[in-house]
Design a protein. Structure first.
Ligand code: COA
Length: 428
């Protein structure tokens, strides 16, 4: 290995200077050791910006200490950055996941340095981005410098993930376990929603879904389905189970037949071991996986996404609770639209009917002021709660309100009807 290999993460990030825009490899590939060292290093510098999708980083960011030295800039907000964004210590950029790479490639957003966590070089000197290609590939293309953590625990993956070892300006070898996500616990509500979704999914469908209890429940209810395919932004343990049972064959896909297409994976070590050097799973640039033109080329695309709140006209809020940013736009609209354009496709939003121990109806008369509409009412087709399925496509406001009230929690239905009449002036 060449001489730019250093002995510590702190030394590896020391090539980052004041004023730089740093993109960090995200999701379960977050190079935690490099990020932690960057937070220390930044104290000797000024105005470093760390750009990211969701990251898995320790809860050690001290915004007061880092003020003037380092600030986070988030294209998606996850648990580690949520409080920072909500308190004004970090920035949130609302953007489709498919367009984050484009921001870099069109130079709308500058990238000076990229931090990555990669699999060890193979006999050709090629490392891989492992379980997370997302926007990192684009950031590397546009950056001046790449700082790499080589980790033997990072799976070698196929697709757009290959990177020549020569690309790295600074390298450190650190053997740490990857972040794991255990499947979310199921409740009677999530199981009911999962069964309702599974009933909407025909054999031969091509699925996109995220992480969490609802996608897991839906996948668990599809064990007897046949010839399912996967073209998604994200791959998790639920999909692995269906692959092992033979329900997923990818046989009917017109785009990448025989392959699972994804842009990143988050799950358990069992998932990461399955992915390792597995040519059946291809990790592609999120500008490609989430492109509606690509998505629509598969038939019967079923996109399964979630929401925080849906109003009586079918507007879907997924990134905020009122004015408080909770997550991000992500790939929801990319796939909702892609599924709608696919022949026989079904865009689905699935959510529990209530929040906070049944004290709040998530089917609301109107969205909370400031709520972010991620899927517009013109893009919404199927809304699913534990009480059933509301099919909104081609329906009037009056028909939508009726369908949505029918799948609201019974204790809120009367009030929703009153509001539909008074606020929306609908005769229902
Ligand atoms: N009012 C008040 N609180 C609410 C609420 C509402 N309308 N809706 C949800 N909540 C609370 C829940 O009770 C829960 O609180 P808890 O953590 O104390 O239990 C919390 O908010 C999160 O809700 P939950 O339903 O568990 O969220 P989730 O983890 O299933 O995520 C989204 C839902 C919408 C945030 C998530 O799917 C997302 O970020 N979507 C946008 C991006 C996307 O769709 N990408 C494509 C798939 S990867």
């Amino acid at each position: 290995m060449s001489q730019n290999i250093v002995s510590s993460a702190r030394e590896a990030v020391s090539i980052i200077d004041s004023g730089e825009y740093v993109y960090t490899h995200s999701m379960a590939a977050t190079p935690v050791a490099l990020l932690e060292s960057l937070y220390e290093h930044a104290l000797t510098k000024k105005d470093i910006t760390v750009m990211q999708l969701h990251t898995e980083q320790p809860d050690t960011i001290d915004p007061e200490k880092l003020a003037g030295h380092l600030r986070n800039r988030c294209f998606f907000v996850g648990a580690p950055t949520r409080k920072l964004v909500q308190q004004g210590h970090a920035d949130y950029i609302p953007i489709f996941l498919s367009e984050v790479p484009q921001l870099f490639r069109r130079r709308v957003q500058k990238v000076d340095t990229v931090l990555v966590q990669v699999s060890p070089p193979d006999r050709h000197g090629m490392c891989t981005l492992g379980i997370s290609v997302e926007a990192t590939k684009a950031a590397i293309e546009m950056a001046d410098k790449v700082v790499a953590q080589i980790n033997p625990n990072m799976p070698r993956t196929h697709g757009d993930s290959f990177l020549g070892r020569k690309l790295f300006d600074s390298v450190v070898e650190i053997d740490t376990p990857l972040v794991e996500h255990r499947p979310a616990p199921q409740t009677e509500v999530t199981r009911k929603i999962g069964r309702l979704i599974a009933e909407l999914v025909e054999d031969g469908s091509c699925l996109q879904m995220g992480i969490g209890a609802i996608p897991d429940a839906a996948l668990a209810a599809m064990e007897n389905h046949k010839n399912l395919g996967i073209h998604t932004e994200m791959f998790s343990d639920g999909i692995l189970k269906l692959m092992k049972r033979g329900a997923i064959t990818n046989r009917n896909k017109t785009k990448h037949p025989g392959k699972v297409v994804t842009s990143f994976a988050m799950g358990t070590r069992e998932l990461y071991d399955f992915i390792d050097d597995n040519p059946e799973i291809v990790f592609l640039d999120v500008q490609y996986t989430n492109n509606t033109y690509v998505i629509r080329q598969n038939k019967k695309v079923v996109a399964i996404n979630s929401a925080l709140q849906v109003d009586l006209s079918g507007q879907v809020c997924a990134d905020s609770m009122g004015t408080r940013i909770y997550s991000g736009v992500g790939g929801q609209m990319d796939f909702m639209r892609g599924a709608a354009l696919s022949e026989g496709g079904k865009p689905i939003i699935a959510l529990p009917s209530t929040a906070k121990n049944d004290t709040i109806s998530r089917i609301a008369p109107v969205l909370t002021p400031g709520a972010g509409v991620v899927t517009t009412r013109a893009h919404a087709h199927y809304i699913v709660t534990e009480y059933g399925v509301a099919y909104l496509y081609g329906k009037s406001l009056r028909e939508r309100a009726r369908a949505l009230i029918n799948i609201a929690h019974p204790k809120f239905r009367e009030e929703l009807e009153r509001q539909a009449r008074e606020v929306w002036r609908l005769e229902i």
